[in-house]
Design a protein around this ligand. Structure first.
Ligand SMILES: [Zn+2]
Length: 170
């Protein structure tokens, strides 16, 4: 493995070739489907916040919605990873949008001076992340998940990125 090189393309896709079915190629760049949704969600939240004159982040609807919105992405990711069902890139993108809106809320709360709400929202996102890790660990899916990343980040100089089938030989 001394000739191994870093697969820098994983900086944007953050998925190993074994999981390329979770990515899309946009303008020649491979990107994670869910993260594209997250980016769209952040932009949507910012746009709505800028153009909504009634300070939406102060409303209880936004607060409750902020707690709900990351949940579909977590359920979709975990149920796919555990093997209960198969997800697809449309579901990943849509749940990513909701996750992105939820991820933007702490920043918007801080801008509005609502530090308590920002902390609560950020803490809730952290709880979901930690719980997801615990579920993966308890179901024996964490090590294989991390192992795919570990194998995928290194590539031999003469290897070609042929997608999921080629990478399963790693
Ligand atoms: Zn992603």
């Amino acid at each position: 493995m001394s000739n191994a090189r870093i697969r820098w393309s994983m900086l944007l896709s953050h998925h190993a070739p074994a999981d390329y079915d979770r990515t899309v190629v946009c303008l020649g760049v491979r990107m994670c489907s869910r993260c594209m949704g997250v980016l769209a969600g952040v932009l949507i939240a910012g746009f709505v916040w800028l153009h909504w004159q009634t300070h939406p982040c102060q409303s209880s609807v936004v607060l409750v919605g902020g707690y709900f919105m990351p949940v579909p992405a977590a359920i979709d990711f975990l149920s796919h990873e555990i093997g209960l069902r198969r997800s697809n890139n449309v579901i990943r993108f849509v749940t990513g949008i909701l996750l992105g809106i939820a991820a933007a809320l702490p920043v918007l709360f801080v801008i509005e001076g609502s530090f308590g709400m920002a902390t609560m929202q950020a803490a809730w996102l952290s709880v979901i992340e930690i719980l997801s890790g615990v579920v993966l660990k308890r179901t024996g899916c964490l090590e294989p998940y991390l192992r795919r990343y570990e194998l995928g980040v290194r590539t031999l100089p003469d290897s070609h990125e042929k997608g999921p089938v080629a990478n399963r030989a790693l």
